[in-house]
Design a protein around this ligand. Structure first.
Ligand code: HXC
Ligand code: NAP
Length: 300
């Protein structure tokens, strides 16, 4: 991210302690950097503990401050509890949570196995709930305020052909956001969400556009009304607006940041209806190679 494009004053987030799930890579890493630069203590987690450690070191060398890495699989409720026990005991209560961790890949729905569906739903649908439930209960028990942002997609509004387990799970998290904003608002807890359009990252591009030669290819059909992909600082500024102090009355909202792509084109993968068996096999082979490479780095 171009850190000079942050819209907010230095120190805005001093005193905040924020956990970003999946913060070792991609959009989670960018948001972690923004929060850190503005003075927050940041915790990041992922299954590849070493990747999170490297990110924590990189961000602290660039900006100082405190970033703590945790190896944690959010599909495992007990592992989440061990991590939050450790955070509360060694560092203190969190003030914010970003539900950013996700899994996804393009596939014809008829080609998905039950395990393939579960691979995505267990991270996005179940893991996001487990994380929110664990931390929300701690805040309620301790009478503390808390703030949750979940990272969704625009498919929650119009469906996600060829990414059905993700679209279903993200829609459920959107419903969680609306529901808990009302149910837990009385405890001083806030719930909002961001629905990004294309902000290409390695994890996303290799699974959703495995045929792309560069991240700019994500707009190769020129369908985005703004004629470009998203810039990381744009997403980070929105995340800070929702997570930082000053706009607390925003609650229960999901905000799209996609250059109006969803309004113009639906923003989903409907164009993949043109693909035949050969294209799908090539995509699957490429995605499974990426999955295997990433899996080899998992520490939990
Ligand atoms: C069909 C596939 C497949 C594919 C995997 N599977 N890839 N099926 N097509 N391309 C099937 C496998 O065959 C297996 O089923 C099952 O899924 C589980 O595979 P595993 O590799 O064992 O899964 P697991 O180790 O749990 O890994 C989870 C994962 C992986 C989701 C599959 O991709 C992952 O860890 N992803 C994390 C990072 C990520 O996805 N980032 C992208 C976020 S972008 P069988 O039956 O064969 O055993 C995003 C949206 C962006 O979310 C929106 C853009 C606009
Ligand atoms: P990414 O780099 O692949 O990020 C996903 C992160 O989630 C990884 O760091 C991964 O780490 C972590 N993760 C996955 N499963 C996990 C688990 N079980 N436990 C703990 N951590 C887990 O992809 P990204 O593009 O930055 O995506 C980040 C978020 O943005 C996702 O919610 C995605 O749906 C959303 N999004 C992205 C775009 C985009 O254009 N990039 C658009 C819309 C929405 P490990 O593998 O180490 O666990």
């Amino acid at each position: 991210m171009d850190i000079s494009q942050l819209m907010f004053r230095d120190g805005l987030m001093a005193g905040e302690r924020i956990l970003v799930t999946g913060g070792g890579t991609g959009l989670g890493k960018e948001m972690a950097e923004g929060f850190l630069k503005l003075g927050a203590e940041v915790h990041i987690c992922g299954r590849r503990g070493g990747v999170c450690e490297e990110t924590a070191e990189e961000l602290m060398s660039a900006h100082g401050g405190k970033v703590v890495a945790h190896g944690c699989d959010i599909r495992v409720a007990e592992a989440i509890n061990d991590m939050t026990d450790e955070i509360w005991a060694k560092h203190g209560a969190l003030t914010g949570l970003v539900n950013n961790a996700a899994g996804n890949f393009i596939s014809r729905t008829e080609d998905l196995s039950i395990r393939g569906f579960d691979a995505i739903a267990n991270i996005v649908f179940r893991g996001t709930f487990y994380m929110t439930h664990n931390i929300g209960k701690r805040w309620i028990d301790e009478g503390k305020r808390g703030n949750v942002i979940s990272i969704l997609t625009t498919w929650i509004w119009n469906g996600g052909p060829f990414v059905v387990p993700s679209a279903m799970s993200k829609s459920a998290v959107n419903t969680m956001t609306q529901s808990l904003a009302v149910e837990w608002g009385r405890y001083g807890l806030r719930f909002n969400a961001i629905a990004p359009g294309p902000f290409p990252t390695e994890g996303m591009t290799k699974r959703l556009a495995p045929q792309a030669e560069s991240t700019e290819d994500m707009n190769r059909d020129g369908t985005n009304p703004m004629g470009r992909i998203g810039k990381m600082h744009e997403l980070v500024n929105l995340a800070v607006f929702l997570m930082g102090p000053g706009a607390e009355y925003v609650n229960g909202q999901t905000i799209a940041i996609d250059g109006a792509m969803y309004n113009a084109t639906g923003g989903n993968f409907s164009r993949l209806g043109e693909w035949g068996d050969a294209e799908w096999q090539a995509a699957r082979d490429a995605i499974e190679a990426t999955n295997a490479k990433d899996k080899a780095k998992r520490t939990v």
